[in-house]
Design a protein around this ligand. Structure first.
Ligand code: YSA
Length: 349
């Protein structure tokens, strides 16, 4: 009898079937339980012997049930693992990785060059006040210099006029950052300011209505034009190698005196031919700009610190540098968002 029961337990096909066997044999009304209950009816001699036998059988059944339950649980787990297995050898779905735009890369490189020379990088707003873009830079209304900056004027949305009481525009250059920075900071300092600028002009191969500039400003005591040239030469060498040269040509910007246009000698590595490349404007900060900054500081309740200060500033066109370096013949290619063009400038990952 015991052997049959044990065989039945070992063959139980599932945990449910095993439980049914346990109840049938060992439950309250189970076969073995009934026999144990019936012991009392036997004569004492037989009772002891039968009691021992039945208890041994009970322990054997319990052990067999426990062992079979363990087996069945393991089998169930193995089946589940097999069913839920992931085939990691399947090829993944291609995930196209993005990349920094070539102009962002060039701007980052330029900022890095100046940061290594101790400059701090700062940002200014693209929607700018006329005051910072022109007046504070010694370009009053009706000044002919305004004609060179065809301007996109902005109108505050209805209901917001009170928040923007002064005329607003899209900045035409990064130079307004000079005034913003000086009005809240104490010299000496060295800053660069990268960013987008906007001009309402017809586009052609070398002109866009939106382009990027990098502004530089150094203010302190006894800063000279030689310091400006040294800074720009260091930048040119970092960009184009130790052979690079920098040239100044006299020029006019109302916010510097003297003012220069600076050009860099650039040798095309493919053709071996060199040329002077005009990169931007620069000069010594005009005393009128320092005066406007001090006025602004006094309005803000800050001490005027800029009278008698010296400083140089420069502003360069970033597209120019990228066009030359990568031999891009038309500036508009940067903004057409054609992947065939942009993917040529993927950074090594
Ligand atoms: C001058 C003196 C300073 O002390 C500081 C900054 C400057 C530069 C001045 N703010 C400025 O904007 N001068 S600029 O009108 O001659 O522009 C500087 C550079 O921006 C140009 O040399 C050119 O490289 C680029 N640029 C100008 N108009 C552009 C343009 N790039 C693309 N498209 C346009 N429409």
């Amino acid at each position: 009898m015991l052997e049959d029961w044990l065989a039945e337990i070992r063959a139980a096909p599932s945990l449910e079937a095993l439980e049914a066997i346990r109840v049938r044999l060992l439950g309250k009304k189970g076969e073995l339980t009934q026999r144990l209950k019936g012991l009392g009816k036997l004569p004492p001699e037989a009772r002891r012997e039968e009691g021992r036998r039945l208890n041994e059988a009970k322990r054997a059944l319990e052990a067999a049930i426990e062992s079979r339950a363990g087996e069945l649980k393991e089998e169930a787990l193995a089946r589940r693992l097999a069913a839920e297995a992931q085939d990691v050898t399947l090829p993944g779905l291609p995930f196209p990785a993005g990349n920094l735009h070539v102009l962002t890369q060039v701007l980052g490189e330029l900022v890095g060059i100046f940061e290594r020379m101790g400059y701090r990088a700062v940002l200014g707003p693209e929607a700018e006040e006329e005051f910072y873009n022109f007046d504070a830079l010694n370009i009053p209304p009706h000044h002919p210099a305004r004609d060179m900056h065809d301007t996109f004027w902005l109108k505050p949305a209805e209901g917001f006029e009170a928040r923007f009481p002064r005329p607003l525009l899209l900045r035409t250059h990064t130079s307004p950052i000079q005034v913003r920075y000086m009005s809240t900071h104490t010299p000496p300092f060295k800053i660069v300011a990268p960013g987008k600028v906007f001009r309402h002009e017809a586009t052609d191969a070398t002109h866009e209505a939106m382009f990027h500039q990098l502004e530089g400003l150094v203010v302190g005591e006894r800063i000279t034009l030689a310091d400006l040239k040294g800074a720009l030469l260091a930048m040119a060498r970092a960009l184009y190698g130790p052979q690079a040269r920098v040239n100044f040509r006299p020029s006019y910007f109302p916010f510097v005196e003297p003012g220069v246009e600076f050009e860099v000698w650039w040798e095309n590595p493919r053709t071996g031919r060199g040329q002077w490349l005009e990169l931007g404007g620069a000069g010594m900060v005009h005393p009128e700009v320092f005066r406007a900054v001090d006025e602004l500081r006094e309005e803000k309740g800050l001490a005027p610190l800029y009278r008698g200060m010296t400083g140089f500033a420069f502003g360069l066109g970033v597209e120019r540098i990228a066009m030359l370096r990568y031999q891009v013949p038309d500036i508009r290619a940067f903004f057409q968002n054609r992947l065939a063009f942009l993917n040529q400038f993927r950074e090594e990952v």
